[in-house]
Structure formats: C-alpha cells, structure tokens
Design a protein around this ligand. Structure first.
Ligand SMILES: Cc1cc2nc3c(=O)[nH]c(=O)nc-3n(C[C@H](O)[C@H](O)[C@H](O)COP(=O)(O)OP(=O)(O)OC[C@H]3O[C@@H](n4cnc5c(N)ncnc54)[C@H](O)[C@@H]3O)c2cc1C
Length: 495
C-alpha cells in the first residue's frame, strides 16, 4: 500500500512539489527559498548532475563527485525544502498527487503547485537494442561505464598485441552524433590516445587509435551554423578524428557498427568501443501529462506547454527544461534554469497576489563546445569565436555553474593536471561499472529484484528474535566461564 507524505506535513502552507534534481529541479527549488511555501523535491538520483561535464568523467579528467554533488547537501541550508529520493511513476492531476517509488516503497506526495523537470533520456530512434553495444551518456552510471569501456579497450588491445593478435578493432572508437557531446567526446578520446596514454603501454602505441565521429547530418554542430561547424570539423581532423557525415547508423553489434549513405552505399567499421551521443527522448512523464490534459507531444516526447509553461487546464502545473516543446527552444541548461526560475516566481507572485509575469521569455546566453585542449567554438548573439579565447571562456563559464566551492576548486586542479600536463587524474574503473548495467537489465524487475520488500523485512523480524536469543546465550556462556568446560552428565541412577 502507498504511504502518504502528507502525514508528515502539518504546516498548512502551500505545498510545492518539484520533480527532478537536474538544472530545472534544483534552480526551481532554490528560487522558492524565500517563498511562503514548503517545497518537496523528488528525484530518482540523490545528486544534482552537471551533464555538460559528463564527457570529462567518461574520459578520466574529473571524478563523478565533482559534477554530481548530493542534492541533500546542496539544499541543506534551505529550511523550506525537503528532498525525497524516488522515481516518479505517476502524476494524478485530478487528485493533485505525485506517486514515487524507491526499491518497492511507494509514496504519494500531494501538491498545491507542481514543477515537472524530469529532463530527457537517450534516444536510439526506435533501435533501443543498439544500447547494449553503444551506451549513451546521460547519467553518472553511463559516464562511468564509458570510462571503463574506453580505457578497457586499450587494455584489451595491449593483451591482444602480446598474443600476437590484431588490435585494429580494439583501438577503433566510434562516436555516433556530432552535436556538442559527440564532438567533445571524440576530441577528448583523440587527446587521450595522442597525449595522455602515449607512454603507458608496452605492446601497443595508443597513438595508433582510430577515433571516428559519425552523423547523419551533413555537418558537425548544426546548431552552431555552417561556418563554425566547418571550423570545428577541421579542428577535429587536425587532432586525428575521422569525421563521417551524411551516414545513418543502421546496425550496431558487439564488434562493429554499420551505416548507410544517401546514395545507398553501406559501410561497416569494426570497433569494440562505440558510444551513442545522437538523440534525446523526453521523460515518459510527458506522456502521462499529455494523456491527462490533451497537450500534444512531439516526436522526441516533449510536451506542448502554454506560453507560461503551464499545462492546458492546469495552471498549477508547470513543466520546464528538456521536457517541453515551446517556440523551438533548445534542450540546453539555460532553458531549464530560466524556465524553473520563472515557474517558481510565478508561484510566489500568485501567493502574494501579484500579477503574472506574462509569457516565459528565454534569454539566449550563447552556446559553446570544446574540441580539444586550448580549442573551442563559441557563439554569443552575433559573436562567433573559435580557438583559445573560446576555450578559456568555456572553462570560466563552466566553473561558474559547477555547484559548490569544493567542486570548483578540485575541478580547477584536475583541469591543470589534464590540460597543462598530460595526465588524467580519474582513470579508475571497475568491472561492476562496465557490466553492472547489462546485469541489472537481465533482471525482470531491475534493481528492485535485488532488495527485500517491506513485507519480506517483516518476516525477517522473526529471524531477528532467534538471533537475539542465540546472542544472549553466547554472552551468558562467556560471562559464566562455561565455554570449554566439560560437565559430566550425572549418570542415570540405576537401581
Ligand atoms: C552529455 C551532455 C552534455 C550536455 N552539454 C550541454 C552544454 O554544454 N550546455 C548546455 O546548455 N546544455 C548541455 N546539455 C543539456 C543540458 O544538460 C540539459 O538541457 C539540462 O540538463 C536540462 O535540464 P532539466 O532540468 O530539464 O533535466 P535534467 O538536468 O536532465 O534533470 C532531470 C532530473 O529529473 C530526474 N528524473 C527523471 N525522471 C524522473 C522520474 N521519473 N522521477 C524522478 N526523477 C526523475 C533526473 O534524475 C534528474 O534529476 C548536455 C546534456 C548532456 C546529456
């Protein structure tokens, strides 16, 4: 039976529930700091994730902790905020209740206002089976798995070379998707091969690694325009990345990837390490909301919201960030941050009897992507920049948005080590990181299959009584010095 979070709430204040602890969820919650409301943030991870730096975790520059601080710690100073971990499985707009689950424990949390910021996941454009061999990069788990796969490929090549076998496929890395994430990953893998690992192996030369960036689009970084896209492609090629454009991936398996070109040509690349950075699919919660309100969904599952980010017929429900379809807004952090702040302010205004702010207006602060050490592309308004200045601006801006002083400090240290030196500080990876996802996927009920249900725990209470009785007897024997003392059993009296 579902428990209700309302039992713990006796303040009588306006209840705001925020779904998600990403850019939208965190900034929305923080914006409500001084409002006369109680805020409950429900998210399926216990951390806030700075996704733009995931590729640096995957390539061993940063640790996962630096880009994923615990939400509970970040919000510990905010008196009106409660953090609950759990995956939201249902939103009942009629009853104004959010249903969440954590390891078989179901909780219902009522709300007066709701901000939905559940983001987006990876999309394989209907080919979800590609995921087994070409993981995406959306979460800390993904980045750690990729780290293991990338560094693991060099390990396997070292062994293959020692056995006299061919290493070409093992040293071929294919990144699918030439958006900012794909470009950054491909550039960084090339740097790893060329600089970081160049003295670390004895049987192979890491510099022989082939890094391929594939996209169906005719250019890299389409949102940056043709001129910056062309410059980015040239810069990637200069550091050894092979860029294949106009190529639609049609098949992925354990040992390679197949693609088809517009003219019907097909090509296969043998590669053990494939990475998918190609598409996004909004949270399935969008569909739930769409079914209850009639709001449309686009092909990426994004929900059409009103100009004030609310749902049709439900002014108390705001949807922000990667989940929304509104005026062709891009799926970037600033859309989520500004949208969540807008929603929080709107809630405060209503409670204070102030007028609405009017439709949500997005302020485009620009876009940037790193290509390699000391080289990035950047566009802010009409300004287009490439090279060192763009790279430095990237560093400073990302530093500003990393959450927490501690994380900013250690990130700077790691960037010094990686960019000025040739090292990578965070190369550790384990078998569990690489194979955990596949193992969990083979369980019918996912991780929930691995834990006891509350009912099973009740049964365990009986066993506890037994264990306590055994422990008491053990202690009595020790205290009375009866251990190791042989007692003759009195002989049975015979007559
Ligand atoms: C690899 C990568 C690189 C990127 N680089 C850039 C960049 O350089 N610049 C830029 O501006 N943008 C970048 N983006 C995009 C940017 O990160 C997103 O636009 C932004 O995170 C969207 O914020 P959000 O709050 O909508 O979603 P997210 O930040 O994704 O947050 C979603 C939250 O919802 C939670 N959640 C999801 N489903 C549920 C559920 N059912 N129940 C409970 N909680 C749930 C998640 O755990 C998470 O906390 C990048 C994204 C990726 C993946």
């Amino acid at each position: 039976m579902a428990a209700s979070a309302a039992e713990g709430n006796s303040s009588g204040r306006h209840q705001v529930v925020v779904i998600g602890s990403g850019f939208g969820g965190l900034f929305g919650t923080k914006e409500l700091k001084d409002a006369d409301v109680d805020v409950t943030m429900i998210a399926k991870t216990s951390h806030h994730l700075f996704q733009p730096l995931l590729y640096q975790v995957a390539t061993g520059i940063l640790s996962e902790g630096e880009i994923a601080p615990p939400t509970r710690e970040v919000l510990s100073g905010q008196k009106n905020a409660t953090v609950l971990m759990g995956e939201v499985t249902a939103i009942d707009l009629e009853r104004k209740v959010v249903v969440s689950e954590l390891l078989n424990r179901t909780l219902e949390t009522p709300y007066d206002s709701l901000i939905v910021a559940a983001g987006a996941g990876q999309s394989y454009f209907g080919n979800d089976h590609f995921a087994e061999f070409a993981p995406g990069m959306k979460s800390v788990d993904d980045a750690l798995e990729l780290r293991g796969r990338i560094f693991g490929a060099f390990e396997l090549a070292e062994i293959a070379a020692a056995r006299g076998e061919d290493t070409e496929a093992l040293l071929t890395f294919v990144v699918v998707g030439a958006g900012p994430t794909g470009v950054e990953l491909a550039g960084q893998i090339a740097e790893l091969a060329r600089r970081t690992l160049k003295k670390d192996f004895k049987n192979i030369s890491s510099r022989q690694a082939r890094v391929v960036l594939v996209d169906a689009a005719p250019q890299v970084l389409p949102p940056f325009g043709e001129r910056l896209g062309t410059k980015a492609k040239k810069a990637l090629e200069e550091i050894g990345v092979e860029v294949i454009l106009g190529a639609m991936v049609t098949h992925v398996d354990q040992t390679g990837i197949e693609m088809k070109f517009k003219d019907g040509r097909a090509q296969r690349i043998e590669s053990s390490a494939k990475i998918w950075a190609a598409g996004v699919q909004a949270s399935p919660l969008g569909r739930t909301l769409s079914e209850q309100t009639g709001a449309g969904l686009d092909r990426a599952g994004r929900i059409a919201v009103n100009p004030d980010l609310t749902l049709p017929g439900h002014p108390e429900v705001f949807v922000v960030g990667d989940m929304i379809s509104l005026d062709h807004l891009p799926g970037v952090a600033q859309v989520a941050i500004q949208g969540a702040k807008y929603a929080a302010k709107e809630i405060g205004n209503r409670l204070d009897g102030k007028p609405s702010q009017g439709p949500f207006k997005y302020w485009d602060k620009g876009s940037m992507a790193i290509i390699s050490r000391f080289n990035a592309v950047m566009m802010v308004g009409r300004i287009r920049m490439t090279g060192l200045l763009a790279w430095l601006s990237w560093l400073v801006l990302h530093l500003v948005y990393i959450t927490g002083f501690k994380n900013r400090f250690t990130a700077v240290v790691h960037w010094f080590i990686s960019f000025l030196g040739r090292d990578s500080s965070e190369r550790t990876s384990t078998m569990q990181q690489v194979f955990g996802r596949a193992a969990i996927q083979r369980l019918e009920g996912g991780v929930a299959d691995l834990v006891a249900t509350p009912e099973e725990l009740a049964a365990a209470e009986e066993r506890r009584a037994e264990l306590e009785a055994t422990a008491a007897e053990e202690a009595r024997l020790t205290d009375q010095r009866q251990r190791g003392v042989h007692h003759e059993e009195p002989e049975a009296a015979t007559s």
